[in-house]
Write a protein that binds this ligand. Structure first.
Ligand code: KG4
Ligand code: ZN
Length: 342
């Protein structure tokens, strides 16, 4: 009897069409992706209709690519998994409809997965993290702190009350004429000025909760530029286009400020949950080496371990969806073909 189970997972919640084949004994066999970044770049953010149309075009080839890379075929798959929430409805629907059709035709099990649970446990794909741990998820759509007791057993303990951290990078980048997505380019520019805090943007002073806020930061950057006659509010126009020195100063000050906001929240989280043994930093923003270096110092000072996924598991991917499906299958937590999006 076949003991190893094969999972095919699909992720299409936002602007990445992704598929992964995961073996219950060998782990990730393939992790394929089509990123729509270039399609959305000129709009400065994700355009839902463009995203849906691109998913329709790419989902079949990406799934085939994932099967080919794993050297398996559709008939070898035992469990189909798909991101069912949260995300752009038009994007989620394509992945969910596609995977429901596959599971229905192949008469195999299906499991609907929460994208955020995928991110929270993405650091567990490559690492054996001691429980309980604090999970910090920071992406373009979400920024939250979780207290994680075990696989699939996690509690939201803090979150952004407005923009996500990635959104702050993206919005400020747009403000000063930098391309989308803002995170990577802001990190690159900040590196060139050694992460100096030129403008000292305001840090949130709320120490009572584990929540954070980033929209005020974007506004602070905006009004600082207005004050310096570098931004015309009426025409929504950045007046120092091409001023690389200024872009570096804004980028660096923003990154240091976001680092401070996170560091303070992490200190409070570990104080409130002293039994937490480690920090797992996940999501697209966890590609950022400056933040990772800071958290490494913070956790070592607090005598906690520090984990983060490889960049391919930080940004949206289907391997993290397959990983969650694997432990859900072990617990018998299957969905059925009435699976819907949320
Ligand atoms: O997880 P992800 O791919 O998609 C969402 O679920 O949102 O995250 C994308 C976000 C974008 O906002 C992007 O600017 C940010 O992650 N990001 C970064 C870096 N690379 C990507 N932010 C800061 N530093 C980076 N190196
Ligand atoms: Zn995501």
């Amino acid at each position: 009897m076949k003991t190893s189970k094969l999972i095919l997972a699909v992720e299409s919640s936002c602007d990445e069409t992704a598929a992964s084949v995961y073996s219950s004994t060998a782990g990730v066999l393939s992790n394929e992706l089509f990123s729509q970044i270039d399609l959305h770049a000129r709009y400065g953010g994700v355009v839902p209709e463009i995203a849906s149309r691109s998913h329709i075009e790419k989902i079949n080839p990406i799934v085939q690519q994932a099967l080919d890379k794993a050297h398996v075929s559709l008939k070898d798959i035992d469990i189909f998994a798909v991101t069912q929430r949260p995300g752009l409805p038009g994007s989620l629907l394509i992945g969910v409809s596609f995977v429901k059709a596959l599971a229905g035709v192949m008469q195999k099990s299906i499991i609907g997965i929460n994208h955020l649970e995928g991110h929270v446990f993405s650091a567990c794909i490559e690492n054996s993290i001691p429980f309980p741990f604090i999970g910090l998820t920071a992406s373009g759509g979400h920024t939250a702190l979780y207290y994680v007791r075990g696989l699939g057993d996690f509690e939201l303990i803090g979150q952004t009350t407005d923009d996500a951290a990635g959104e702050a990078f993206d919005k400020v980048a747009k403000l000063i004429g930098l391309p989308y997505p803002g995170g990577p380019v802001i990190e690159k520019l900040a590196t060139q000025v050694d992460f100096h805090d030129f403008f000292h943007y305001p840090r949130l002073k709320n120490h009572a909760t584990l929540d954070f806020s980033f929209s005020g930061l974007k506004t602070a950057v905006l009004y600082d530029l207005v004050k310096k006659d570098l931004y015309n509010l009426k025409d929504k126009q950045f007046l120092a286009v091409g001023d690389r020195a200024l872009q570096k100063q804004v980028a660096s000050s923003l990154l240091v400020c976001i680092g401070d906001i996170f560091e303070r929240a992490l200190e409070r989280a570990f104080k409130q949950y002293p039994e937490a043994q480690a920090l797992a930093f996940v999501g697209g923003v966890a590609c950022n080496n400056y933040l990772k270096n800071r958290f490494k110092t913070t956790t070592s000072r607090l005598k906690k371990e520090f984990y983060f996924p490889s960049p391919r598991y930080c940004t949206d991917n289907a391997a993290m969806i397959a990983f969650v499906a694997h432990y859900k299958a072990q617990k018998g937590q299957y969905s059925d073909l009435s699976l819907d999006i949320y």
